[in-house]
Design a protein around this ligand. Structure first.
Ligand code: SF4
Ligand code: SF4
Length: 480
């Protein structure tokens, strides 16, 4: 908010005044690390759908695939069915705790180096520089009236941004279909409307957020900076300006002795390279994404003046305090909170591993027929109907033995299948990778029932492994 009492009592108010950020090119260790992150992460995102994994005949051979039509997700040798979506919850918990852990150790390293927004903004700014030059040239051109040259440069930049965005959208769509076929279909105009729709939708967001919204996403839209402060302590790495060494700041003039003044020469290079346009010399700020580009910038200035590096540093508060007093470095990676995060990750990971290793490949679902609940036969015995569903999660035909327990002398039959051993055993064949439905009728003597509801169990045994699943249900009968 801006108020100006000098304007004859009229208060001029602006809720939000946007100032475009023109980040300047910078060279140094952190810039190199950021480029490495951009290349590695973009390569993973774009190439992962093309990785293959042999699952045998009839199964998709894409290593990472979300098969919406087949209602299945594949991750190498792990196959997730819709009823196992809780694995996704486990993965999300692991990712969240992993992020807390990394933040406690390295501060906002996720925001500065690995976040989708950061990676694409880096790439888009690089493309912008190719067309419009570095900071000063871009600022100057934006201040000039529209010209053919200016329009051509901006159009060229937007065309390349759009191409990158559409490829990003395509990469997203390829996780939902065979990647090789998907690429062929897209470039021959044969892809589905959903694929083109995702390319435009996902790509459109990419173009808008990385091309135009940029730092505003981090400052105003993303909730993560608002609560990550809770994960910091005095041993977490943060980007900070060492005021005790830099102040009093001032432009360097010939003959200045740095022993008698601060080391900051007020060149503002740290501000000019900052992708969010802030001045780190004003202290820690929510808008600082921890990219450490200002560290590279300031180090280059310190080198020029023959001063020690690290006036802006990527360091812990404790270590900085130790350095300011000339004490030995103080770096503590093993602390209460980091141990806690590792313990939670270990626990969640172990539970997930255990459930994956002991995952059942069969599921049983039994629906008791409601109308009628039971039928009295001519000999006085009672009959109940059930729909018996067996899900075979293996890519081979399997045979199961079905038996009854709980109601003395009960017999049963299944439509279309022979009943063996006096009506007490049926063999159910189930096709590979499928759900089989069986209509089952159970008959019991009236004197064997406990009343309106008698407990009944179906025992389903895999004839190959001998594993038995017990499914509890009820047998309905008349009041005794
Ligand atoms: S202040 Fe430094 S670390 Fe923070 S966002 Fe700006 S350049 Fe990156
Ligand atoms: S780059 Fe370093 S010397 Fe220049 S203004 Fe920033 S802190 Fe001061």
């Amino acid at each position: 908010m801006n108020s100006d009492p000098a304007c004859g009592g009229k208060r001029k108010q602006a809720l939000y005044e946007y100032k475009k950020v023109y980040p300047r090119k910078v060279y140094g260790t952190f810039r190199k690390l950021k480029w490495a992150a951009v290349v590695v992460l973009l390569a993973i995102w774009h190439l992962a759908p093309f990785l293959r994994w042999d699952r045998g005949p009839g199964a998709p051979d894409q290593a990472i695939l979300i098969d919406m039509a087949g209602r299945r997700a594949y991750l190498y040798n792990i196959e997730i069915w819709p009823q196992e979506v809780y694995y996704l919850t486990g993965l999300l918990i692991l990712a969240a705790i992993g992020l807390f852990f990394v933040t406690a150790l390295l501060g906002r390293v996720w925001c500065g180096f690995a976040c989708w927004q950061t990676v694409y903004t880096d790439l888009f700014v690089w493309i912008e520089e190719l067309f419009e030059g570095d900071r000063n040239e871009r600022m100057k051109r934006d201040g000039q009236p529209t010209s053919v040259g200016k329009l051509l440069r901006k159009a060229g930049k937007n065309v390349v941004w759009a191409a990158v965005s559409l490829l990003t959208g395509l990469a997203f769509a390829l996780y939902f279909q065979d990647a090789y076929q998907g690429v062929r279909d897209v470039f021959t105009g044969q892809a589905s409307k959903a694929t083109y729709g995702f390319m435009v939708l996902f790509g459109g967001f990419c173009w808008l957020l990385a091309g135009y919204a940029r730092e505003q996403v981090c400052i105003y839209m993303c909730p993560w900076p608002r609560f990550q402060a809770a994960m910091f302590d005095e041993d977490s790495l943060v980007v900070s300006y060492e005021g005790w060494r830099g102040e009093p700041r001032g432009h360097y003039k010939k003959g200045h002795d740095f022993a008698e003044r601060g080391h900051c020469v007020d060149c503002r290079l740290c501000v000019h390279v900052c992708p969010t346009g802030i001045d780190i010399r004003n202290g820690s700020q929510l808008a600082c994404i921890g990219c450490a580009l200002c560290v590279d910038a300031c180090n280059s200035v310190m080198d020029r003046f023959g001063l020690p590096r690290g006036l802006i540093s990527y360091d812990s508060v404790d270590n900085m305090a130790a350095r300011s007093k000339g004490l030995p470095p103080r770096i503590r990676l093993i602390r209460g909170r980091t141990i806690g995060y590792v313990a939670i990750m270990g626990l969640v990971g172990s539970i997930m591993l255990y459930t994956l290793l002991n995952r059942s490949t069969t599921e049983v679902n039994v629906l008791h027929e409601r109308s009628p609940l039971y039928v009295t036969l001519s000999d006085g015995s009672i009959r109940n109907g059930y729909v018996f569903k067996v899900l075979n999660m293996v890519r081979e035909t399997r045979s199961f033995e079905l038996k009854l327990a709980g109601v003395e002398g009960a017999t049963f039959s299944a439509i279309g299948l022979p009943t063996e051993q006096d009506g007490t055993r049926i063999v159910l064949p189930v096709a590979p990778d499928a759900v089989a439905d069986f209509q089952v009728f159970v008959t019991a003597r009236r004197d064997a029932l406990a009343g309106k509801r008698t407990d009944l169990q179906f025992l389903l045994t895999d004839l190959e492994t001998g594993k038995t699943i017990v499914h509890k249900t009820m047998f309905a009968g008349p009041e005794q």
